[in-house]
Ligand binder design. Sequence first.
Ligand SMILES: [Ca+2]
Length: 270
Amino acid sequence: MTPRDLAEYFLLRDEQRRAGAIGEAERETARGLLANGELERSAAAERWVGDRPDDALAGLTRACAEVDEAARAIGVSVEPIAEASDAPARYDALLTHYEHTRAEVAALVASRVKRWLRRGARLLIPISVVLLALFVRKVRKFVHPIASGAFSPKYDARYAIDGRPDTAWIAPDSTHAWIDFELMPPRPVKWIRMLDTRNSPNNDREVKEFRIEFWRDGKPVDAVEGSYPGGERPGYIRVAVERPWNVEKVRFVIKTYAERGGGLAEIEFH
Ligand SMILES: [Ca+2]
């Protein structure tokens, strides 16, 4: 057993001890507050993308207040929110606080379930096999993003498929960059739904024209050229694919852009 294993063991013991001291009523209260917080966070993300930074920050502050109250309801001390000089830094600081606090509270609220699972492990083996089969079916449609580059790790390729309109892959400045999406296993793509980014509230990124390539056997076999409608607030667009090849990779290429470059907030393959 390494020192790290030992540390994790004691951390787990400590979490079990803390979780054991929480009553069911407090758990219920905390769960309700976490749910409220998630609604506020989700709405704040929409407002951030919708170029309403003040409303977004106010909503995210309310989300933090909900998770803080959840933490206090189960006796967890609340960390202060980091200071920030401007709106993007404030948004990051609030989101970091929200996610950290929410994760800690959720782990403690769920701990009773974890202990029950450990006790009933033998009975659960057949159920686990079924769950594993369902998991394998789910990952059957796995999408793996790889970009030619990113402005910074905060704008990594994975943010183009994280389901959140307020996060994005952002290309390095002034580049006709591309981002690949490996479809595992290969499958036909009939249409694509995607959302441009403005890097709100900086509003210094915009893709004008793009090309979407469909790859098979290691080479492009078809492509769709297109452009976004523009405007201050990007909305989702739908791109039809005339010949739905059985593709192993889809490449999104930034052909032209405005301001400092382009990116991609979200993409889905159907
Ligand atoms: Ca995103």
